[in-house]
Design a protein. Structure first.
Length: 270
C-alpha cells in the first residue's frame, strides 16, 4: 500500500493566534508494514489557552506513537490469535483502549491547568491510525474525518454538538443547520468536563481511498463534494495533495471564514 500525506494549518484572516494543532506520522512496524497516524485538534480558550490545549493533546498522542504503539502492535494478542483471519482486530481494540486512557489523562490535565490559571480551555480531537489496510479513528467534538473513495465523500465522524443533536432529534434539517447562525455548542470537548465520551470507529481501507481530518474552520465553508473532488485530484503525489489542501484553504478564506483553518490528508493507494 502506497501512502501519501499532506497537512496545512492557517491562522486565517481574523485571529492572531492559531489554536489548531496538526500531526501526521509514519512508521514501519515489525510485523504489519507501514503504519500511519494522523491527528488534528482545534483548541479553544482565552489568549493562548486553546493553543496550549490542542498542543498538549497532540504531544501526548505523538509520544504514544513513538514509544508505546510499537509495543502494542508487536505484543502477542489472544483475541487476534483466536480470530485466525490474519487481520489486526485485536491490535486495534488495544489501540482503542490506549486512546481512551490518553484522552481521559489529557482531559484531567487540562481541567487542572484551567483551575490553577482560573481560565476555561479545551480542545476537540480527531485521530486516525492505519495499519495493514485497516483503520481506527477517534472523535471528540466537531472536528471531522471524511473518507473519500472515487466520486463518493462520506463523513466518518459524527459531530458531538448541539446542532447535530437537533438534527438527530428531527428538530433541524441538515439544510437548516447549514444556514443557522447560532453558535454550535459542543457537547463533548477535552478539558471542559470531567465526563468524556470519545466516539470510535474501525474499518477496512478500500482500494484508492483518502482520509481528510479537518477543523470546523475548514469544513464549515466547504461542501463534502468540494473536499472530495479536490483531494481525489491530488492523490498522485504529496506535492499535489498539499497544493489541493492549500487551494481549499484559500477558498475558505474568500468565503469569509473567521476561524483558524486546518486539514490533513492521508491518501492510500493499494
Amino acid at each position: 500500500m502506497k501512502i501519501r500525506i499532506a497537512a496545512l494549518s492557517d491562522v486565517g484572516t481574523v485571529r492572531e493566534i492559531n489554536q489548531d494543532s496538526v500531526l501526521i506520522k509514519t512508521d514501519t512496524a515489525h510485523s504489519y508494514g507501514k503504519v500511519v497516524f494522523a491527528m488534528l485538534c482545534d483548541g479553544m480558550g482565552g489568549l493562548s489557552g486553546g493553543e496550549i490545549a490542542s498542543a498538549t493533546m497532540v504531544r501526548r498522542f505523538e509520544k504514544w506513537f513513538e514509544e508505546e504503539m510499537p509495543k502494542e502492535l508487536s505484543a502477542e494478542d489472544t483475541t487476534e490469535q483466536l480470530d485466525g483471519s490474519g487481520n489486526i482486530v485485536g491490535k486495534l481494540r488495544s489501540v482503542r483502549n490506549s486512546w481512551l486512557c490518553m484522552a481521559e489523562e489529557v482531559n484531567r490535565l487540562l481541567l487542572k491547568y484551567g483551575e490553577e490559571k482560573h481560565i476555561k480551555i479545551g480542545t476537540t480531537a480527531v485521530a486516525l491510525l492505519i495499519v495493514n489496510e485497516e483503520y481506527i479513528l477517534m472523535n471528540v467534538g466537531d472536528s471531522r474525518i471524511y473518507g473519500i473513495n472515487g466520486g463518493r465523500t462520506r463523513q466518518l465522524t459524527r459531530d458531538q454538538s448541539y446542532i447535530q443533536r437537533m438534527i438527530d432529534l428531527g428538530r433541524l434539517t441538515r439544510h437548516e443547520a447549514e444556514q443557522s447562525h447560532r453558535d454550535n455548542l459542543l457537547l463533548q470537548c477535552i478539558g471542559v468536563n470531567e465526563e468524556l465520551s470519545p466516539e470510535f470507529e474501525q474499518g477496512c481501507v478500500s482500494t484508492d481511498t483518502a482520509f481528510v481530518l479537518c477543523s470546523d474552520g475548514f469544513w464549515k465553508k466547504l461542501t463534502p463534494e468540494e473536499i472530495g473532488e479536490a483531494i481525489w485530484k491530488g492523490m498522485d503525489s504529496e506535492s499535489l495533495l498539499k497544493e489541493e489542501i492549500r487551494d481549499l484553504i484559500n477558498k475558505v478564506k474568500t468565503r469569509k471564514e473567521h476561524d483558524n483553518i486546518s486539514a490533513a490528508a492521508v491518501a492510500c493507494c493499494i
